[in-house]
Write a protein that binds this ligand. Structure first.
Ligand SMILES: Nc1nc2c(c(=O)[nH]1)N[C@H]1C(S)=C(S)[C@@H](COP(=O)(O)O)O[C@H]1N2
Ligand SMILES: [Mo]
Length: 315
């Protein structure tokens, strides 16, 4: 008989019933979305359908000892400036987003520019659940069970040219769906970027869901970036374009305030934001602050990407 120790059990297994029910919900929503049908709330858990692409695999990169933040917290508090400037704006207004039909164009320094329908992407076989810390530049944090693909899955289907050194991520900017892109608050469309080696790092994922569910609109449906060692704003939501480029690109936040937002934006408790300290963070739903960890706790895996760089200058 196989006896497992508590430390061998993934958090996702501990929350198995909820996640399992959620997965059925996820799959059901995907099927409905693919067929262009909008469904009401789940009538009963017994309406389970067979997954069209397999169940997300638990990932060895998942956190094991930290409890996921409440789904309610992470879907009701956040930033998505296309829907307004307040922390509750995304939850209030993102219902206007239409995540189907949806396509993502891959272009720039690639040998084979391509446009993928979201259904194509959802059919990629490497779907995983990844439980990651998220640290926002404003000082709050969360632990989120994402569902997604390593960015390298895209690279299996796209061949960058030798000139590709950086990758840009462009969010949708449709004033019909996103009322605040009519205002010049940021340089729209929202654009973020990574160095190619950062994008290729196995921790970098393209997420299509969370908590066993299809991605909520306010969290960046149907496809968003997640880079767990960087501040949350690097993870562009509702992506429509991924562009490989040669030179380090401008990003929406650097354009807005170049002395406050650097290109790297690696979580760093030692480098304060221009207007506040980054030494501590408050986990959504908790009262006491905790210490912020270098690279958000992922230093063992990613510090090598920045060997020899002055992280005070390259913030
Ligand atoms: N397109 C777009 N993506 C975005 C943002 C945004 O305003 N627009 N906000 C960023 C910021 S500041 C954070 S902290 C995270 C928040 O993600 P969450 O709401 O899923 O926690 O999304 C990031 N991605
Ligand atoms: Mo943020």
């Amino acid at each position: 008989m196989l006896i497992r120790h508590a430390s061998d059990i993934l958090p996702s297994e501990i929350t198995a019933p909820a996640i399992h029910a959620g997965r059925r919900h996820f799959v059901r929503n995907l099927l409905a979305a693919g067929a262009g049908i909008s469904l009401g709330p789940l009538a009963s858990a017994s309406t389970a359908e067979a997954p069209p692409f397999g169940t997300p695999k638990a990932s060895p990169f998942s956190l094991r000892d930290e409890k996921p933040t409440a789904f309610k917290s992470i879907t009701s508090y956040g930033n998505f400036y296309e829907f307004g400037p307040d922390k509750d704006s995304p939850a209030r207004h993102a219902h206007r987003l239409r995540p189907r039909p949806w396509s993502v164009t891959i272009d720039g320094e690639v040998k084979n520019a391509k446009t993928f329908g979201i259904e194509d992407i959802l059919a990629w076989p490497a779907l995983e659940e990844r439980i990651y810390r998220l640290r926002c530049v404003e000082g709050w944090s969360a632990v989120i069970p994402w569902i997604g693909f390593p960015f390298s899955e895209l690279l299996k289907r796209i061949e960058p040219t030798g000139n590709a050194k950086f990758v840009e991520f462009w969010s949708l900017a449709d004033p019909e769906q996103m009322p605040f892109v009519r205002l010049p608050f940021l340089d729209w469309p929202y654009r973020e970027a990574l160095r190619l080696d950062e994008a290729k790092h196995p921790l970098t994922i393209l997420a299509v869901g969370m908590y066993g569910e299809v991605m909520p609109k306010q969290n960046g449906a149907p496809l968003r970036l997640v880079v767990p060692w960087k501040y949350g704003f690097k993870s562009a939501k509702s992506i429509v374009r991924i562009r490989f480029v040669e030179k380090q690109p401008e990003t929406s936040w650097i354009k807005a305030a170049p002395d406050e937002y650097g290109f790297y934006s690696n979580v760093n408790p030692e480098v304060p934001h221009k207007r506040w300290s980054q030494s501590h963070e408050r986990r959504l739903g908790e009262f006491f602050k905790r210490k912020t960890l270098p690279f958000n706790g992922y230093a063992d895996q990613v510090a090598g990407l920045y060997a020899g760089m002055d992280l005070h200058k390259n913030f």
